[in-house]
Design a protein around this ligand. Sequence first.
Ligand code: DX5
Ligand code: ZN
Length: 215
Amino acid sequence: MAILAPSLLSADFSNLQADIEFVNQSKADWFHLDIMDGVFVPNISFGLPVVKAIKKHAKKPLDVHLMIVNPDAYIIQFKEAGADLLTVHYEACTHLHRTIQSIKQTGIKAGVSINPHTPVAALQNIITHVDLILIMSVNPGFGGQSFIPESLQKISELRNLITQTHSKALIEVDGGVDTTNAATIIQKGADVLVAGNAIFAATNRNMVVDMIKSL
Ligand code: DX5
Ligand code: ZN
């Protein structure tokens, strides 16, 4: 059974507490929080004060996905805001190994995300140092986009790399995940599925969560 992390990017920001309570009572496992700076990605989402506010009501771990340049400058703040897992982008970190060490030094889990154009092979020298690899299956910046089919091959490649290196990293897949493709994504080797639009735009959200959790 995969871990399911609903992305609050697709939640109702005018009534965020209600959507947090929905996740609390559902079978979903984590909260996925997308932080966008308008520089690394062509969109701006929300920042530290909102993460802090979410933490007050969330009864499940906060999985924070930083789509920002210079994430090193904000590691401590996100830990203090309540992040349980902090994921940075491979493409945004010149000294990725140092960034991962800095996250771990704060006592939380560390993840690395790769964009659709970045090959899995680029992770070879970081794979044994991280708790999670996030494969972007859309170009980051927006919810509600379509899953890029080539991502499936990347999940398989990453599963092989993890086996070969005896890494304990979880594989998270983010972007365009829904009830039609979740089974294949899990079968290719994913451990964590992020879903925004598929859950929050559904008329019966619990049905979507239950269906994915039953796979
Ligand atoms: C995209 C974000 C995703 C997004 C997923 O840049 O990283 O987490 O919220 O949304 P859906 O599931 O709607 O593609
Ligand atoms: Zn995300």
